[in-house]
Design a protein around this ligand. Structure first.
Ligand code: 13P
Length: 287
């Protein structure tokens, strides 16, 4: 059964660890992430961007696939199915399709509009027993067409949004989607510290988990980060393993072209990446 991410993140915040959100793109991704969460006895959040949702033919397909897989694979660890960087309309569609959690990304609106729209979704999520993530201060870079400048969040605006009754908050702290550029200045721990001081128990979310050094991840967790999003790193691991398989000519040997063989090294690479992240985030054996 899918669960809201509220309880798992409150536990993570109290226990000083973080739960990973791993974005899914297709069956291989979903299967690899669910299998790893079960093996690691870790709670997990499956992230779906609007672009990935569309790619998988729509949110109802995603819900059907995830629910079916959880049953067939005997997944017993807590799993939340979460819309990543949703528009207001996208959020409503996921509520209807049966997601257990949504993120409304109103960071590009003036704060008053972000507050008004987030407030409306707080009510809707409460009615459906779903969890809600909101965002203040944009995440830099680009993810599936969502582009952000990467400005740090204003801690007072974070408090305004947190007080609306959301379940967890993404605050921009200099983090970027995709690979970090060589001249990246690092995370702004001053901003994170100030946000946590004003928002208290609210679990904080760190987007752009790909490529953040382990010491920075650990420091962010110590300052209240309880959810870390990883997307690009699984894509890079999958692509590299698949390239190696093809460059070694394995698709031309026997029935090496069978998709179950061709995509297997990539799926294994995703599992390895997810396991490493769960160990660093401290969510192993926290199911
Ligand atoms: P990365 O692709 O940089 O890991 O970011 C993932 C993310 O933040 C999803 O919202």
């Amino acid at each position: 059964m899918l669960v809201s991410a509220k309880e798992m993140l409150q536990k993570a915040k109290a226990g000083h660890y973080a739960v990973g959100q791993f974005n899914i793109n297709n069956l291989e991704w979903t299967k690899a992430i669910l299998a790893t969460a079960q093996e690691c006895n870790s709670p997990v959040i499956l992230g779906v961007s609007e672009g990935a949702g569309k790619y998988m033919t729509g949110y109802k397909t995603v819900v059907g696939m995830v629910k079916g897989m959880m049953e067939e694979m005997n997944i017993t660890v807590p799993v939340a199915l979460h819309l990543d960087h949703g528009s207001f309309e996208g959020c409503l569609k996921c509520v209807e399709a049966g997601f257990s959690s949504i993120m409304f990304d109103g960071s590009h609106y003036p704060i008053e509009e972000n507050v008004a729209k987030t407030k409306e979704l707080v009510k809707i999520c409460a009615e459906h027993g779903m969890s809600l993530e909101a965002e203040v201060g944009s995440i830099g870079g680009e993810e599936d067409g969502v582009i952000g400048m990467g400005e740090c969040a204003d801690p007072n605006e974070c408090k305004m949004i947190a007080d609306l009754g959301i379940d967890f908050l993404a605050a921009g702290i200099g983090n970027i989607h995709g690979k970090y550029p060589a001249n990246w200045k690092g995370l702004s721990f001053e901003t994170l510290d100030a946000v946590q001081k004003l928002t208290g128990d609210m679990p904080l979310v760190l987007h752009g988990g790909t490529g953040i050094p382990t010491d920075m991840i650990k420091k962010a967790i110590s300052l209240g980060v309880s959810k870390i999003n990883v997307n690009t790193e699984c894509q890079l691991a999958f692509a590299e393993a698949t390239r190696e398989y093809i460059e070694a000519g394995k698709d031309l040997q026997g029935k090496g072209y069978d998709p179950r063989k061709l995509l297997a090294p990539g799926a294994e690479a995703i599992k390895k990446t997810v396991k490493e992240k769960m160990e660093i985030f401290g969510s192993v054996d926290k199911a």
